[in-house]
Ligand binder design. Structure first.
Ligand code: NAD
Length: 266
């Protein structure tokens, strides 16, 4: 039985992860960790997430003896602390937290020499299939098509563009032998001039309670292709994360992605 600890248990994703653990086989939730000082500390995590009591109380302390895999859905600055904890105690880490900067991503890579690290800015199986479709589309369409990535999320999201939109940009740029840092355009306003060939544009929408929508538009003179993925229920991220947590158990130290989980790479 794989023992799971969740960091960010009181958050939107945390609650869904608690429910997903409840429904999963061969896996058990043993710790549900919240931020220090949270009013929720001491509450049964099952009841907190809207289900029945599970006996795992929300706590602000992580105990290395009680878990095999830590699933982190918090904030970038928080993830770094949990990463250090997992390295010290040789535990696997799956992080779905988005908005990590280059230094924080570098720390994940460094840690992956000692423990298994799975970085999944989007744990939806459908999104990860979409990445494969985008890779193929970019290769076939080549440089003749303009590419724009449009994403929409709820009003409380604190980073932009979304981790998924950036991942889509990276996959496309790589397929086209481009470097996303050199070709990404994140904002347009005023006298922008004509669109520069070879750029990849990002458009961000923030409104209401949109769970997550991504469209990649490939447009040329005379035709247009749009690849769209829409989420209506956060549980899909939670189920994908649980599938990934099950996969990461027993993996060698290394830096993994959802692509490895989906394609069954070891
Ligand atoms: P949220 O703000 O609802 O939840 C984050 C939680 O982390 C909050 O409850 C906060 O109090 C808690 N937290 C802060 N410091 C903590 C600490 N030291 N220890 C434990 N918990 C702490 O946000 P959310 O919508 O649940 O998203 C969390 C992260 O996951 C964001 O980065 C978001 O972009 C990302 N996300 C990823 C996916 C995916 O598929 N990978 C899907 C949805 C959201």
């Amino acid at each position: 039985m794989t023992r799971i600890a969740i960091a960010g248990a009181a958050g939107r994703m945390g609650k869904n992860l608690i429910l997903a653990c409840e429904q999963a086989k061969h896996l058990t939730l043993t710790q549900a960790v919240v931020r220090k000082g949270s009013e929720s500390i001491g509450t049964d995590s099952g009841l907190f997430s809207g289900s029945t009591a599970n006996g795992v109380l929300l706590s602000d302390r992580l105990d290395a003896d009680q878990f095999d895999v830590l699933i982190d859905f918090t904030r970038p600055e928080v993830t770094a602390g949990y990463l250090d904890f997992c390295v010290t105690h040789r535990r696997s880490l799956l992080t779905g937290t988005t908005g990590l900067d280059a230094t924080q991503l570098g720390k994940l890579r460094e840690a992956s020499q000692q423990i298994a690290v799975l970085h999944a800015p989007n744990t939806s199986i459908g999104v990860n299939l979409s990445l494969d479709l985008l890779r193929q589309a970019a290769k076939v369409l080549g440089d003749d098509f303009d590419i724009e990535i449009i994403e929409a999320h709820h009003r409380n999201k604190i980073d932009a563009p979304s981790g998924t939109a950036l991942k889509m940009g990276e996959v496309i740029a790589e397929a086209l032998d481009r470097n996303l840092d050199d070709c990404a355009v994140y904002a347009r306003q005023g006298q922008t001039g004509a669109r520069q060939p070879g750029t990849i544009g990002f458009q961000t929408l923030r409104a209401g309670d949109i769970v997550g929508e991504h469209t990649v538009l490939f447009a040329a003179a005379g035709e247009r292709i749009e690849i769209t993925h829409k989420v209506s229920d956060r549980m899909i991220f939670a189920r994908g994360a649980i599938r990934a947590a099950r996969w990461i158990v027993g993996q060698e130290p290394g830096y993994y992605s959802m692509h490895d989980v989906i394609s069954g790479n070891n």
